[in-house]
Structure formats: C-alpha cells, structure tokens
Design a protein. Structure first.
Length: 282
C-alpha cells in the first residue's frame, strides 16, 4: 500500500487539480500535516514518512471536503492571521491576507497616538483584526460590532483563547449606533461585494456566510453607513481605516466631506489593488 507521505501528497494533489481546486499541492500538504500532526515542511523534507491508518482516514475525509469546495481553513478549523491562530468555522468569514495589511495600517496609526487607546473593529467576524491589535498593544481596549450572533460566539471564544478577553468586547448591532463611546480608530473590513457578483464567486467563497460578503447593490451599503456615522464615534484626530474592493475606496473618499475629514488617502494592497481607505476626523 502506498502510505508514504510523498506518494500520498502526489496522488492527492493530482486529484485536487483534476477537481479544479486552486493550489492543489499546498492544500494537500496542509491537510496531511493536520491529519498526521507532522509539520508540513517536515513532510516535504521527509517524503518517506509512513502515514498511519487513522491519520490516512482523517486525511481522506479532509480531501473529500476540499474537493467539495470547503475552504481549507474550515477543514483545519483555524486560519493564521499575523502569526495568531484564529479559530474559524462556517459561522465566520475566513480572514484574508489583505486584511492582515488592514490590521497593519491600523497598528501604524495607533503607534502615533498617545493616551488610553481604544479601537472599534466594525464587522468583527472571527475577531481577527481586533484580537491581533489587542495582542499587539497590551493596553488597547477593543470593541467589536457584529450583526451575526453566531460570529460573536466565535470571536468571543477566540478572545478567551488568545488571553485578551478582559480588554475586548463584542456587541451585536447592524450600525455604528450599537455603540455610544468614541474611539481612536474605527477599523473595518465590511462586506463589500456587490450583490450581483455573488453568484459567480468560487465555491469556497460561497460556503462562507452571505452576510459577510454581500455589500448590497454597489457593495458599499455598510461602508457608506460607516463613513456617515463614524464622525460621532471618533475622538478628535481619530481615524477611519477600511478595507474595500478594487475601485471602491476612491469613490467613497470622494463622498467624505472636507469639513469633517482630513488626511484622506487610499493605500494599495500588496497585489497593487487600491483597497484601503484612510481618513482622520478633524
Ligand atoms: C468581510 S467580513 C469581515 C470579518 C472579519 N472582520 C475579517 O476581516 O475577517 C464582514 C463582517 O461584517 C458583518 N456584518 C455584515 N453586515 C453588518 C452590519 N450591517 N453591521 C455589523 N456587522 C455586519 C458580517 O457578519 C461579517 O462578519
């Protein structure tokens, strides 16, 4: 029987590729590492490693789920976010690499602020952004606002597991009116995909919560609400820092009045997409 890691990985990658799965080799490697408890790179360096029957069974079950279009992170039960292990499942969106950049921009801004710092993570989902910021800044207070009670349960568990539950709270709400205080920064990765685009998305994305994706007709329903209500929820000089889809950030910035906002700019992501919006309350 072909039960060495190398053979298993070769066959599994071919099977995933034939099924149209993106990055078939990498997916197979992560699934085998998860099933065996052996580090992914070690499996590659030692392809003659024997895989025990129980691990092989678990691996095959994961492979099937991957073929059926489930995101790898749901199968593993976690996603790495800026070096933190964030538990994820069907209740929440899988945090994306570009959102790591968003969190980095927020951290850059907070480094220049003085005093007791507080951040609002709007549409907190798994909690990834706010939880990473809470770990990055040991005195930072974080509030997450989230429309989905199921997502809040997930993020609250993550906060406990990451040891920051005493400085992080999650509030259920569908607008910024859900909170009363003011913050040094509002950081948000709102749903921003236009409704009409959603049916054409990859199966992996379609297995994530629709409420995490669908931003309404032009994708900007939640984003527009945020820029409208943010001035009342920001301290003087506080920042609105948002992730959006390609082309959306300049459109939204143009609708933010100069009487209220200063330092308006957009940032490109590492792929060159103009994705992040930044503005400070005057
Ligand atoms: C794109 S996901 C971002 C999740 C997480 N912050 C991340 O970056 O991985 C958007 C999140 O906003 C939540 N959401 C959608 N509409 C909302 C609304 N009107 N008010 C609050 N949260 C909302 C969704 O449930 C989802 O968790």
């Amino acid at each position: 029987m072909k039960t060495t890691a190398g053979r298993i990985l070769t066959e599994a990658a071919a099977r995933l590729a034939a099924g149209g799965v993106e990055e078939p080799a990498l997916n197979a490697q992560w699934l085998l590492a998860d099933a065996t408890g052996v580090e992914r790179l070690r499996l590659l360096a030692e392809p003659d490693t024997q895989v025990a029957p129980a691990a092989l069974k678990k691996f095959r079950a994961g492979l099937l789920q991957k073929e059926q279009g489930l995101p790898l992170a749901y199968i593993l039960g976690w996603q790495d976010f800026m070096g933190l292990r964030i538990n994820v499942d069907k209740r929440v969106l899988v945090p994306r690499p570009e959102t790591e950049e968003l969190a980095g921009h927020a951290a850059d801004f907070l480094l220049g602020r003085k005093g007791d710092l507080s951040v609002l993570d709007y549409g907190s989902g798994s909690g990834a952004i706010g939880l990473w910021l809470a770990r990055r800044f040991p005195a930072l207070r974080v509030t997450g606002v989230e429309i989905s009670a199921r997502a809040i349960n997930c993020s609250a568990d993550n906060a406990r597991e990451l040891g920051v539950a005493d400085r992080v709270k999650f509030v259920k709400g569908s607008t910024l009116a859900a909170v009363r205080s003011t913050f040094d920064a509002i950081v948000s990765n709102p749903p921003y995909i236009p409704t009409g685009v959603i049916p054409g998305l990859a199966p992996e994305v379609l297995s994530e919560p629709r409420v995490a994706l669908d931003g309404g007709g032009d994708g900007l329903d939640v984003a527009r609400m945020l820029v409208r209500l943010a001035p009342a929820r920001l301290k003087k000089g506080g920042a609105m820092i948002m992730e959006l889809g390609g082309g959306q950030a300049p459109r939204l910035l143009a609708a933010m009045p100069a009487a209220v906002w200063t330092g308006k700019k957009t940032f490109k992501d590492l792929c060159g997409v103009e994705r992040f919006l930044f503005a400070r309350k005057k």
